[in-house]
Ligand binder design. Structure first.
Ligand SMILES: NC(=O)c1ccc[n+]([C@@H]2O[C@H](COP(=O)([O-])OP(=O)(O)OC[C@H]3O[C@@H](n4cnc5c(N)ncnc54)[C@H](O)[C@@H]3O)[C@@H](O)[C@H]2O)c1
Length: 373
């Protein structure tokens, strides 16, 4: 298969779909790889390294989009990339379609085979390609939150760890999955007082165990969320209902309960966000203030630590990408349930329930369209 890698053009997105060592793996498996000049520079990978791995460097994105059978990206295609979408092209990347009707329609109208990293499942029902970015975003959420709590950034002027004789900052984390766990590790590491809310009793028990009772775990009821909002300096949104838009757990009215200068980091912004006041921001202009509460809602947080993120991401996406390249998408779906779960759009049909529900589109089961093995 001809595999293409383009430079990401989303604001301040420095990650890249394949590292030079991934290119070598595709080449060793008998594929050819086209890389847009400069595609990896933001993650510290030079064209020369891709060439040494066997890739052909092409001067612009258009050449790669046109010649490749599968484009391996990081972020969803954005408007300037829509003209490159064409029938039968495989786009293998993060998509988050339930929060993006325009892109969903562009992929369906152009009969693109869209495989989303975030819905691929392993044999344990986990989301292996979401996990590394969630680990990074979770850790980064506290780093960013701590920064925006500083007075020059219009925060409350609170140091999360406190100092002897001064109370610690309070962090509330809504959602105790991968993002939540990693945020919790960082916040505890900084010495903050942490409360984590989730709806899963088993998950709450697990978190209580691993943090050895050093954090407070709460069932995520409206009353507990409101209590946590009123006490917190930093609130992190980390909920996920896979394949669906995030539930709005905090209304604009609820912000009145919060302290002046408190900070919200809504990591779930890529699924629409779990705060009513969330709107996506960029690394260039990451925050806005509503009712004296600083909102940080960057939809591609891991892009800020691009080298770590690219290596962590490609460690998990490579396996499934190689399967698609080796067998073609149809056979790969028959052979590997995980790949089939990743297909969101195929031949003009919506193949993910969360997306069909979000936009009232007819749902088609991908296994009825592809060859069983
Ligand atoms: N902004 C970014 O750059 C970025 C990067 C990575 C991940 N994310 C997003 O972060 C979010 C969380 O990802 P994750 O990997 O931690 O997911 P996850 O599935 O590991 O965890 C989600 C958790 O949310 C909990 N949950 C569901 N409904 C809830 C509710 N009403 N109240 C409290 N908890 C609830 C679930 O029980 C689960 O424990 C996702 O939307 C993901 O797309 C964003």
């Amino acid at each position: 298969m001809v595999v293409g890698v383009v430079k990401e053009i989303k604001n301040h997105e420095y990650r890249v779909g394949l590292t030079p060592s991934c290119v070598k793996a595709y080449m060793d498996a008998g594929n050819s790889v086209l890389v847009e000049a400069g595609a990896g520079v933001g993650s510290g990978f030079e064209d020369e390294e891709y060439k040494l791995a066997g890739a052909m460097i092409l001067p612009d994105a258009e050449a790669v989009w046109t010649k490749a059978e599968m484009i391996v990206k990081v972020k969803e295609p954005i408007k300037p990339e829509y003209p490159f979408l064409r029938e039968g092209l495989i786009v293998y990347t993060y998509l988050h379609l339930a929060a993006d009707k325009d892109l969903t329609m562009a992929l369906l109208d152009n009969k693109v085979s869209a495989v989303a990293y975030e819905t691929i499942e392993n044999q344990h029902g986990e989301l292996p390609c979401l996990r590394p970015m969630s680990e990074i975003a979770g850790r980064l959420s506290v780093q960013e939150g701590a920064k925006y709590l500083e007075k020059p950034y219009k925060g409350r002027g609170v140091l999360l760890g406190g100092v002897p004789g001064v109370e610690r900052g309070k962090v509330a984390i809504i959602g105790g999955g991968t993002v939540g766990l990693n945020a919790c590790k960082m916040a505890r590491g900084m010495g903050a007082n942490v409360t984590i809310l989730d709806i899963g009793a088993k998950r709450l028990a697990y978190l209580d165990d691993v943090f050895n009772g050093s954090i407070t775990t709460l069932y995520s009821s409206k009353a507990n969320i409101q209590k946590s909002l009123s006490e917190a300096d930093l609130v992190i949104g980390a909920v996920l209902i896979p394949g669906k838009a995030a539930p709005k757990l905090v209304t604009k009215q609820d912000l009145k309960l919060m302290k002046k200068g408190a900070v919200i980091v809504d990591v779930a912004v890529d699924q629409g966000g779990c705060f009513e006041t969330t709107k996506p921001t960029t690394h260039q202009d990451p925050v806005f203030i509503i009712d004296d509460v600083v909102h940080y809602c960057v939809a591609n947080m891991p892009g800020a630590v691009s080298r770590t993120s690219t290596i962590a991401l490609t460690n998990t996406t490579l396996e499934y990408g190689l399967k698609i390249a080796a067998h073609g998408l149809e056979k790969a779906c028959g052979m590997c349930k995980g790949v089939a779960k990743g297909v969101n759009c195929y031949d003009g049909k919506c193949t993910l329930t969360g997306v069909s529900e979000a936009f009232d589109l007819e749902y088609t089961d991908i296994t009825t369209l592809t060859s069983p093995c």
